[in-house]
Design a protein around this ligand. Structure first.
Ligand code: SF4
Length: 284
């Protein structure tokens, strides 16, 4: 008798294109799908990244440092799709009830996800577990709204939306491949309206046009939390740092730590915040 395929089997999922814009895709079998959380993520049990590499290719991306030097030089131009991710996930005996951070080294809702639905399939697998994992999803993509029907079945889920600036010219200078800011703010509103917990991550904060107006736009999203943070110091392979490309753009804008602190103080005062940026990484 022929084996019946389910939605969770990789063969049943749409395959990625070979190329989208400047990014080429390869399908790879991963050795594992959950990474034990360490360092600043240590309050989680696991980190989960459906892809290796990231189509958005942000100039300041910390994750890029954890790829090989020649891969880092082409960050944003290559992505590996973990074709066996769902199969591996379903075998993980310690996953039920665990605290999982999705998107520590890739954006789980980068454009190719619109084709592969890999992140969605992983969520569908986790939502069936008992007890369900407690998940935080980090993204800068409005595509996350597509999966509201799955997200609303989780007892504990939060979407952290990266909104590092209010100025699309700045956004294009630092992260030209990423969605417009207004679409991210709209996605936060839609998630809130659907009853999904949200946080707005102004991290790393990029030059702002008007910090007070920006704070008001963030308030309008009804995000449960707003976090601010500056660039990570340091620039060393296999550590969290800021790439020279981003530091060059920051210099062009004269975007110093002092200017960040002034803008962050205005936002915190307008929104009555006392949270530190690091808390954006706290599990539910
Ligand atoms: S979206 Fe996130 S993971 Fe992707 S390049 Fe930008 S900072 Fe890196």
């Amino acid at each position: 008798m022929a084996l019946q395929m389910t939605l969770f089997e990789p063969e049943a999922r749409p395959r990625p294109p070979a190329q989208m814009g400047r990014t080429s895709f390869v399908e790879r079998e991963a050795k594992s799908i959950l990474t034990p959380a360490t360092g600043m993520m240590k309050s989680y049990d696991f980190m989960l990244n459906p892809y290796r590499g990231c189509q958005f290719g942000c100039s300041y991306c910390y994750a890029a440092w954890f790829s090989e030097p020649e891969e880092m030089a082409r960050w944003g131009e290559w992505v590996e799709v973990k074709t066996n991710a769902v199969r591996l996930l379903r075998k993980e005996r310690t996953l039920p009830g665990a605290k999982v951070y999705i998107g520590s080294a890739t954006d789980p809702y980068q454009p190719v996800e619109g084709k592969t639905q890999l992140t969605r399939s992983l969520l569908e697998a986790m939502v069936e577990m008992s007890p369900q994992p407690r998940i935080v999803i980090q993204t800068r993509s409005p595509l996350v709204v597509r999966d509201v029907d799955v997200l609303e079945k989780f007892d504990n889920v939060r979407v952290n939306m990266s909104v590092p600036t209010d100025d699309d010219e700045v956004r294009r200078a630092f992260e030209p491949g990423a969605p417009a800011i207004v679409r991210r703010l709209a996605a936060l509103k839609m998630l809130h309206a659907a009853g999904i917990a949200t946080a707005a991550c102004v991290m790393p904060m990029l030059p702002l046009h008007d910090p007070v107006e920006f704070a008001r736009s963030l308030r309008e999203t009804r995000a449960g939390k707003v976090y601010t943070g500056y660039f990570h110091a340091g620039a060393k392979q296999y550590t969290t740092g800021t790439r020279p490309e981003a530091l060059r753009v920051a210099k062009r804008y004269n975007w110093t730590k002092e200017r960040y602190e002034e803008a962050a103080a205005m936002i915190k005062s307008e929104l009555n915040l006392d949270e530190q940026g690091q808390m954006a990484y706290a599990p539910l």
